[in-house]
Ligand binder design. Sequence first.
Ligand SMILES: CC(C)(COP(=O)(O)OP(=O)(O)OC[C@H]1O[C@@H](n2cnc3c(N)ncnc32)[C@H](O)[C@@H]1OP(=O)(O)O)[C@@H](O)C(=O)NCCC(=O)NCCSC(=O)c1ccc(O)cc1
Length: 138
Amino acid sequence: MFTHTIKVEIQFGDCDPAGIVYYPNYFRFFDNATAAMLSAAFAMHKRNWLDHYGIAGIPMVDTGARFIKPSSFGDVVEISSEITELGRSSFGVKHSLLRDGDLAIEAHEKRVWVVRDDNGGIRSAALPDEVRKLLGAQ
Ligand SMILES: CC(C)(COP(=O)(O)OP(=O)(O)OC[C@H]1O[C@@H](n2cnc3c(N)ncnc32)[C@H](O)[C@@H]1OP(=O)(O)O)[C@@H](O)C(=O)NCCC(=O)NCCSC(=O)c1ccc(O)cc1
């Protein structure tokens, strides 16, 4: 399945008064990591693949994380993301965040491929074959 890695430099403003990353910020990093993974798979920016595939987004329906080691201002961490499963409209993602080569966080996500419905809301749509092929590859 498709995998992708990004580097993130921890900023002063990412941290709590104890000087370690405040946990909601990790979920922002992971959201960016998923967007970056799909942008790499589709060879275009999220701004463009939303339009290209005519979708409203890839909302989260399930997520969680296991925090093993803290990170601090100035650390450069690596987030390796991989597609773990492809459903009809949903897909799973696993993120491994490494600091100094050691596993610091393991997180999982389930996302859904959604389009706008007639009432201005959103509804799931089947993953297109092309997307299934691109995310399944590698
Ligand atoms: C996404 C939904 C519209 C899907 O609803 P429906 O259209 O009725 O579809 P379904 O109920 O059939 O679910 C679709 C699939 O998701 C799966 N699903 C739905 N809910 C869940 C949960 N909670 N857990 C696991 N799997 C789920 C379901 O099993 C289906 O899987 P497939 O067999 O692969 O198709 C609805 O579940 C919903 O609105 N959920 C709330 C989403 C939400 O508020 N998320 C948090 C904020 S959005 C967000 O963070 C975001 C990030 C990035 C973006 O680009 C956009 C938005």
